[in-house]
Design a protein around this ligand. Sequence first.
Ligand code: KG4
Ligand code: ZN
Length: 331
Amino acid sequence: MTILAIESSCDETSAAVSVNGKIQSNVVATQLIHEQYGGVVPELASRVHQQRIVPVVERALHEANIQKNALNAVAFTRGPGLLGSLLVGTSFAKALALALAIPLIEVHHMQAHVLAHFIDEQATPRFPFLCLTVSGGHTQIVLIRDHLEMEIIGQTQDDAVGEAFDKTAKLLNLPYPGGPLIDRYAQQGNPLAFPFPEVEMPGLDFSFSGIKTAFLYFLRDRTKANPDFIAQNLPDICASIQHTLIRILLTKLRKAARQTGIREIALAGGVSANSGLRSALAEMGRQEGWKVYIPKFEYCTDNAAMIAMAAHFKYLKGEFTSQEVSPLPRW
Ligand code: KG4
Ligand code: ZN
């Protein structure tokens, strides 16, 4: 069973090939053009996807040593994501599946982030497990009963945690995407230098808009007193804000684990690349007696390997998509 998978939901154009559920290639072309605008510009993103999709797919096939006519299915991200970007991947996948007369498989981007845990067969979580799924657009605690059976038991009511990272970075005049930069500076800073308030949310839900506002006022007050405050304290500021964001995430995750009695705990999505989050989760896992699963770096941020993995399980269940399909930006 040979599947070509395409991911184009945001600012990564990616293609991967899997054979019997094993990833043979995973090509990711990140769009750097958005850096100068301080965020992803949807119109530019879709144009770059258009330019890149053919060479990226060709490279993925070449690296996997697979000819087009050996493919058994074409998979693509149907959503959620940016409409124009999704359209490029969707249209390409539909056209290729039609031309080769093979099935088409639609994939939910967030489900794929979770299923990235099945790429490495040596380290797959056992059902049921909890997954903290943290990206630029989502913050969720998902209960996974089977590969394709998932329930969101907690989620953000406003901003995603990745957005909180990127917006605080922007206030610090760091380029987009700011998450990785906050991570880097935080490694040299004191996480307890500046305390930030946490908003109490009911149940297993999150809120990150309050902390963003608190951070804005904090910077405004401090830079009024000392115009060089940011430059003089960047590592401590980054460490403190990161520490607060991680604490919000992990406090809720612990609550979810205790409530459900589940001790198989996984992390997914772009923010799972954060080194502070990875080590804090490992530490909490030791305290709580969890088995913790953290994906390899390359499978944390957007990639088509995870789309191929999700498509593999859908193929096994015969879940195919018709040529009538269109993208779902808010799936
Ligand atoms: O999953 P992803 O690649 O795309 C979405 O589906 O949104 O996640 C991107 C998000 C961005 O907000 C980015 O700043 C954040 O992941 N991110 C990080 C790190 N690497 C990526 N945030 C904190 N620390 C990192 N090391
Ligand atoms: Zn993502």
